[in-house]
Design a protein around this ligand. Structure first.
Ligand code: FAD
Ligand code: NAD
Length: 466
């Protein structure tokens, strides 16, 4: 039987990054994955394929709506070749997951394909084509998550679908009904909206992206409405039924009146649930909480002291970069180091266009905590860069402590916000004040100038270009 210092169950961004860091630190490492490709949800059916389709559909929309204004005439009709679009997405996925195979070999990590299942706290059965057993002094559980559902909905994977099926549809829906106005619903909703579908979003809460700063929800709502999304907030879905090729969704609106939606596809995107099926966690003495997450302490250690858990299967934001930080954290802890994660500084991004990005505290959180703060906001449309590219929607908002001027949160909607948020993360990591940001030179013309201008606004109405 092969013995390891560390076995990692699950090869998503949490698991494979943990494996690389363990190997870098000299630990003999095994990685177990039940699917034939590495990379987990993120690389196979999550972050990467969704961004590939967002980019392709964005190009199409630009060609149809904006090329003419830029002075680019295309003779004949511009058409979507969905089969090719999905094939390109798949080749991006294949190249990316293939890259993980390379990294495992390079770092001399033993990869086992099969379902990992605890026999006890130091032995794992791997049920693949053959059954193998390995011994591990320490194990990291990185088994991730699966789509959640509502109890009365049957996902048939044809017309009533999750994100996994939405990434490989064979036709463009005529009317896509999206249940859940969160990240997946809006990103994939926008893909099909751009390709020509009508999209109706049904959200239970009173606003889309309800966990982000309410200013971002409001701005994104405004922009999506301009893009002809039909957004139905404060709607409680009560039934989803397939009749032939039609899907009928019934919901109660704020007034308690029944509203009916008829479409040809329904995407259920109401969150994801931690995944521990087949893991046999109890045999290792690993306990779950009442939400099905693996219980961990501040060192990400489970109720079994040689077993750790990271990523979507534990509490916290279900984000690839959060899982990666936790993978590094556990590897370094096992090697005797004293790592640290500041969860307040894990950014959140929605890859719609305009993009939405956020780090630190929202206004709602600051109000609830009774923190005295000041706000500086700057509209993207006031930037020369925005006019040059015709990306006028959105703003940057900087929230700073009223007394000390320390930046407490940065929230933005706009072109390239997903990349711009890194500046805010760096600033907050070094506990910058709004004044610090406002005195840094920002290249002109860039979208990043909006961050400087918002910081100037936060320090006392000093924005230069409004
Ligand atoms: P996962 O990536 O879920 O990986 C877990 C792996 O464990 C899987 O491969 C699974 O097969 C394997 N496994 C489970 N049980 C066993 C077992 N018993 N034995 C062996 N293997 C097992 N996040 C972002 O930060 N940015 C984005 O842009 C983004 N886009 C997304 C888009 C979509 C459509 C979806 C669905 C998710 C997206 N996410 C995004 C979320 C992101 O994918 C997850 O947060 C991330 O994948 C979590 O990583 P993980 O390592 O915890 O688990
Ligand atoms: P989410 O939590 O972002 O959104 C789910 C939405 O569904 C919420 O707005 C919620 O209020 C709503 N909802 C819940 N129950 C409902 C009901 N009964 N009727 C109507 N609406 C209901 O979850 P998601 O969009 O499914 O994504 C799952 C996870 O994947 C998220 O945690 C997210 O962080 C991650 N993800 C991240 C990215 C990214 O980083 N860009 C992209 C996709 C997914």
């Amino acid at each position: 039987m092969n013995s390891y210092d560390v076995a990692i169950i699950g090869s998503g961004p949490g698991g494979y990054v943990a494996a690389i860091r363990c190997a870098q630190l000299g630990l003999k490492t095994a990685l177990i994955e039940k699917y034939s490709t590495l990379g987990g949800t993120c690389l196979n059916v999550g972050c990467i394929p969704s961004k590939a389709l967002l980019d392709s559909s964005h190009h199409y929309e630009d060609a149809v709506k904006h090329f003419e204004e830029h002075g680019i005439d295309i003779p004949g009709d511009i058409k979507v070749n969905l089969k090719q679009m999905i094939a390109r997405k798949q080749s991006v996925v294949d190249t990316t997951t293939g890259g993980i195979d390379f990294l495992m070999k390079k770092n001399k990590i033993d990869v086992y394909q099969g379902l990992g299942s605890f026999k006890d706290a130091t032995h794992i059965l791997i049920k693949g084509e053959e059954e193998t057993e390995i011994e591990a002094k320490n194990t990291i559980i990185a088994t991730g998550s699966k789509p959640s559902n509502l109890p009365f909905i049957t996902i048939d994977k044809e017309r009533i679908i999750t994100s996994t099926e939405a990434l490989k549809l064979k036709e463009i829906p005529k009317h896509l009904i999206v249940i859940g106005g969160g990240v997946i619903g809006l990103e994939l909703g926008q893909v099909y909206k751009r390709l020509g579908a009508d999209v109706s979003v049904i959200e239970y809460m009173d606003r889309i992206i309800p966990t982000m700063d309410s200013g971002l929800s409001k701005e994104l709502n405004k922009v999506l409405k301009k893009q002809k999304f039909k957004i139905n907030a404060s709607h409680k879905v009560k039934s989803v039924e397939r009749v032939g090729d039609e899907v009928i969704v019934k919901a109660d609106n704020k007034k308690g009146e029944e509203v009916e939606f008829k479409g040809d596809y329904c995407l259920v995107s109401v969150g994801r649930r931690p995944y521990t099926d087949g893991l046999n966690a109890e045999a290792a003495g690993v306990t779950l909480n009442d939400r099905g997450q693996i219980d961990v302490n501040e060192n990400l250690q489970t109720s079994a002291k040689n077993i750790y858990a990271i990523g979507d299967v534990i509490k916290g934001a279900m984000l690839a970069h959060k899982a990666e930080e936790e993978g590094v954290f556990v590897a370094e802890t096992l090697a005797g180091q004293k790592p640290h994660i500041d969860y307040n500084l894990i950014p959140g991004v929605v890859y719609t266009w305009p993009e939405v990005a956020s780090v630190g505290k929202t206004e709602e959180q600051l109000k609830e905590a009774g923190v005295a703060y000041k706000t500086g906001q700057f509209p993207m449309r006031a930037l020369g860069r925005s006019r040059a590219s015709m990306d006028l929607d959105g703003f940057v908002k900087v929230l700073a402590d009223k007394t000390t001027d320390e930046v407490l949160g940065v929230h933005m909607v706009g072109a390239r916000a997903a990349d711009l948020i890194a500046e805010a993360v760096v600033a907050m990591e070094y506990r910058a004040s709004a004044e610090d940001i406002s005195r840094m030179s920002h290249a002109h013309p860039t979208f990043a100038e909006a961050i400087k201008e918002a910081a100037l606004a936060a320090t006392g109405d000093r924005a230069l270009h409004v």
